[in-house]
Design a protein around this ligand. Structure first.
Ligand code: GLA
Length: 367
């Protein structure tokens, strides 16, 4: 058992901290739709990042990451160019964005602890950004504003042109619920996860090199399709797709986004009427579309989905997050979780399997 975060902070910095938590997330359906103004349905998970914070009398940020065993220090008035591809980019980025939004910061000591696996597509970066934003600015900022500010930090300081899904769900999640979000209007609804249903996450333990470069490339391809259609992919219909004269990869990218948006709406309706079979089929369809049209899956993720499909009591399974490795998500009857775990261990021994309920949003915490 590790020492409590509060005590670890006191030992390192000599005063009593305030503590904030922000969750990782898994996306049930609606992949690569957020930056196209579409629909997503993520849920916050039990893995989270905690930030313990104490004030300083200068304008320095001193951050220690327990996971990396490393301290990073910045002067808020003089910091170098980003991105440096370092965990501290995200935290410094948030500080800079808060100041840009007119929130004047004091210096701070931060101690960061995270249980979100890094590079697994479970939003360890959004959890870090949102936890740090609470630590540096706990006074109520509107939650959507907080999510947007953290997204900007990731764009400018980490160089990943991510959508709003991860930061939004970290800020707005409700325990026991998934979050159905319209990324165009940012209107959202909490959708209860039915009792007796478990979220099982299988980590392929691979992360292909191309991940962030290919992510930005997919964004550009979607933008190219949107220019062709003269409207956002959110507005494009299946009939538009049939008539379109676009080169193959661009057309496929657009087709994924258009059909995926339709699937999220159907998934929300299926959840609403408790039709888990229909929901599960939509997850398998989503995976196929990500594999064949958006081309962001990989052999390891395909294998994990096929294993899950063969287990009775699994309603649906798909890759989750940006792709090129990372995790699959399966919705499973509670009493069949062990059977799924055993099948994964047998068919893909190097996977790690996590079982989670949907958890709540970021905020003050104790640890
Ligand atoms: C990453 C991004 C999200 C989203 C997903 C794909 O997780 O951070 O904004 O685009 O990929 O759905």
């Amino acid at each position: 058992m590790r020492v409590a975060l509060r005590e670890a902070f006191e030992a390192r910095f000599g005063d009593r901290p305030r503590i904030y938590r922000a969750p990782g997330r898994v996306n049930l359906i609606g992949e690569h739709t957020d930056y196209n103004g579409g629909f997503v349905m993520p849920a916050a998970i039990e893995f989270a990042t905690w930030a313990a914070v104490g004030e300083r009398n200068d304008r320095s940020l001193v951050m220690y990451s327990e996971n990396f065993g490393e301290t990073a220090e910045f002067d808020l008035d003089h910091h170098g160019p980003r991105p440096r591809r370092h965990w501290s980019d995200y935290a410094l980025g948030v500080a800079v964005m808060l100041e840009r939004a007119g929130i004047e910061l004091r210096g701070a000591n931060l101690l960061i602890r995270s249980t979100v696996p890094v590079g697994a597509g479970l939003s360890s970066s959004a959890a870090l950004e949102v936890a740090v934003s609470w630590a540096l600015a706990p006074e109520p900022i509107d939650l959507t504003g907080r999510a947007k500010l953290c997204q900007r930090a990731e764009h400018e300081f980490a160089g990943v042109l991510c959508g709003i899904m991860d930061q939004f769900v970290a800020c707005h999640a409700r325990a026991g619920n998934a979050l159905m979000l319209d990324c165009r209007s940012l209107e959202y609804q909490h959708v209860p996860v039915p009792r007796g249903l478990k979220i099982v996450i299988a980590n392929s333990m691979v992360r292909h090199e191309l991940a962030s470069g290919e992510y930005n490339r997919r964004r550009e391809q979607c933008a190219e399709a949107a220019v062709y259609f003269g409207k956002s992919l959110r507005e494009v219909t299946e009939a538009d797709l049939t008539r379109a004269k676009l080169p193959d990869p661009i057309l496929r990218r657009a087709r994924h986004v258009v059909t995926e948006n339709a699937r999220v709406l159907k998934a929300a309706a299926a959840l609403d009427r408790g039709d888990l079979r229909a929901l599960g089929e939509l997850m398998y369809d989503s995976h196929r579309s990500l594999r064949d049209d958006f081309q962001v899956s990989c052999a390891e993720l395909d294998t994990l989905v096929e294993i899950a499909r063969g287990v009775e009591g699994v309603y649906g399974s798909r890759m989750t997050g940006g792709g090129f490795g990372g995790c699959t998500v399966s919705l499973v009857a509670e009493d069949r979780v062990d059977a799924l775990r055993a099948a994964i261990k047998a068919g893909y021994p190097k996977a790690e399997v996590y079982v989670s309920d949907a958890t709540g949003a970021a905020g003050p915490a104790d640890l």
